[in-house]
Design a protein around this ligand. Structure first.
Ligand code: MF3
Ligand code: CO
Ligand code: CO
Length: 265
């Protein structure tokens, strides 16, 4: 698969989409409290995207069609709680004290995608749980800091996996970051493990996500019968953070930032 290089003008449009995606997460934060259902969070985000931002929620009706969900993914956001690794479907289940949740937002604005996710905690969480969340964020940041023209995609994955391993966490291998632009998921695949100096060489104008999924227990995942929800095989907790970025002349620019949520370069 060909990797599309984005022009300056196209990056301008991706900057707008990226900021809008980040602003949905800023907006939803205050609603992530004990007793709220993930379906309620979905509806609040959906209404904000469609009515306030005039963006399209990219997950809705996206992807493979199954007997359970004949129109593709059934909701506008992904909500992955506790041992759910990714692609959790918003439901009537209430969040409770001690839960952790990843909210993953992808918007389309003027045909361009912005894709970002963050972790939120509900009430008090255990020390090791907070550590998982913090180290996963660091894994994403360390991966992003590897990005520059001439670097290899394996350099990103290597750096991420090393940081996870140093903290005795494991890296999910079945899902990865991805090229993004006019298309939600395009080349290249950005694995969160790898070998230094291996894989595609980065060039200015490549746009992709880095979105490590890190588990407290073993790395193995399992797809549920709904054909979307991915959980840890051993039911251990899993965390994920995601940014969309573009390769610049000298390094990278993170596109999924907002006034409340900058990237610390
Ligand atoms: N936003 C997810 C990602 O980071 C993809 C979700 S696909 C969906 O790539 F269909 F589940 F929404
Ligand atoms: Co993504
Ligand atoms: Co995402």
């Amino acid at each position: 698969m060909q990797v599309v290089i984005k022009s300056e003008n196209e990056i301008k449009k991706m900057r707008i989409a990226g900021r809008l995606a980040a602003e949905v997460l800023d907006m939803i934060e205050e609603y992530v409290v004990p007793g709220v259902t993930t379906a309620e969070l979905n509806n609040i985000c959906h209404d904000y995207m469609v009515n306030v931002q005039k963006t399209i929620p990219a997950p809705l009706h996206y992807g493979h069609k199954t007997s359970t969900y004949p129109n593709g993914f059934p909701k506008s956001i992904c909500t992955s709680v506790n041992h759910v690794i990714c692609h959790g479907i918003p439901s009537d289940k209430k969040l409770k004290n001690g839960d952790i949740i990843n909210i993953d937002i992808t918007v389309i604005k003027n045909g361009w995608h912005g894709d970002t996710s963050r972790m939120f905690t509900i009430g008090k969480v255990a020390g090791r749980t907070q550590k998982l969340i913090d180290i996963t964020k660091e894994c994403m940041e360390i991966g992003i800091r590897m990005v520059a023209p001439g670097m290899h995609i394996g350099d990103i994955g290597f750096a991420i996996a090393q940081h996870a391993k140093n903290n005795r966490f494991s890296v999910v291998r079945e899902y990865c970051g991805h090229g993004i632009g006019k298309v939600f998921h395009e080349a290249p695949q950005v694995l969160h493990y790898g070998t230094k100096g291996h894989g595609l060489q980065l060039q200015k104008g490549m746009a992709f996500t880095i979105e490590p999924m890190i588990n407290i227990g073993k790395r193995h995942s399992k797809l549920l019968a709904d054909d979307w929800t991915v959980i840890t095989m051993d039911k251990s907790l899993s965390a994920q953070w995601e940014h969309t970025l573009v390769v610049t002349d000298t390094g990278y620019e993170v596109l999924t930032v907002s006034d409340n949520y900058q990237f610390d370069y």
